[in-house]
Design a protein around this ligand. Structure first.
Ligand SMILES: Nc1ncnc2c1ncn2[C@@H]1O[C@H](COP(=O)(O)OP(=O)(O)OP(=O)(O)O)[C@@H](O)[C@H]1O
Length: 253
């Protein structure tokens, strides 16, 4: 069997005396699209923050392509091929759409402080940024300040920024939050396209999106994964129905 893209073993996190992540084991295969669902406050964002190195774990281990991420800073984990988006829009509104993508490319390549290197890579960067704009359908908006884009376009730009560094594990935190049905469909298609041959891990509350995109789903309830399975089996799981899905699916209607 090939090495999983991401493997969590006995992962725990406490804030003060309160244990928020209470022993999570999870293995996500290369190329898999995996959704993490669960009620508000279950610990989904905390789990994301542990994986990306933003919060230190209390115990357990996190492996990316078999490498233990112990003690690594978020930027080091990012350079090992894991990139995430945030719930809150994270773009520079006064910079152009093109500059936003170019800037994240530059950063991900580690040329942040190297001016001369940056100059010599100018063309490769421009071409790279243009290729990403094409992928996220924003070529026509290239020279507009990012702040004037529609909400859905800003989220698309954010996805572009997330994939810009060429990471092969992409983590998206509520990518369709606050969107209309048509905007949601648009972003789901985009996510499907840009994560082809990559591993996707997403937190999402919209069950239509989850069941449409995910190969497997993990249900996190009160800091524990109560089920990890295919959408079909998760939907049919009595414990999941009781703990979360019954209410979540009802809320869709
Ligand atoms: N930095 C922190 N310090 C103390 N408690 C925290 C911290 N971050 C999160 N928590 C607590 O951890 C619990 C889980 O929060 P988290 O945001 O991970 O849940 P979630 O599943 O992402 O919820 P939602 O779906 O509402 O975004 C909450 O009770 C929250 O108050």
């Amino acid at each position: 069997m090939s090495v999983p893209a991401l493997q969590l073993d006995g992962l725990r996190k406490s804030f003060g005396k309160t244990e928020i992540i209470r022993g999570v084991d999870l293995s996500i295969g290369k190329g898999e699209r995996h959704a993490i669902i669960g009620p508000n406050g279950a610990g989904k964002s905390t789990l994301f923050n542990l994986i990306t190195g933003r919060f230190p774990k209390s115990s357990g281990s996190i492996r990316l392509h078999g490498h233990d991420l112990e003690g690594m800073a978020p930027f080091e984990i990012n350079r090992r091929g894991l990139s995430r988006s945030f719930q809150i829009t994270n773009i520079f509104p006064r910079m152009t759409v093109f500059e936003n993508v170019r800037c994240s490319l530059l950063w991900s390549q580690g040329y942040k402080y190297s001016f001369w290197n940056m100059v010599s890579r100018q063309r490769a960067l421009t071409e790279g940024a243009e290729a990403i704009l094409e992928q996220i359908n924003l070529t026509a908006r290239r020279d507009l300040p990012a702040g004037v884009l529609s909400y859905a376009e800003q989220r698309a730009l954010e996805i572009g920024i997330t994939i810009a560094g060429g990471a092969d594990v992409i983590m998206l935190d509520e990518p369709t939050a606050g969107m209309s049905h048509s905007e949601t469909d648009y972003i789901v298609d985009l996510i499907r396209k840009v994560t082809e041959n990559k591993t996707l891990i997403m937190v999402e509350h919209d069950m239509g999106v989850v069941f449409g995109l995910a190969d497997r789903i993990s249900v996190l309830v009160y800091g524990e994964i109560i089920a990890t399975d295919t959408p079909e089996l998760v939907r049919g799981n009595a414990r999941v129905q009781e703990a979360y899905l019954g209410a979540a699916l009802e809320a869709e209607h």
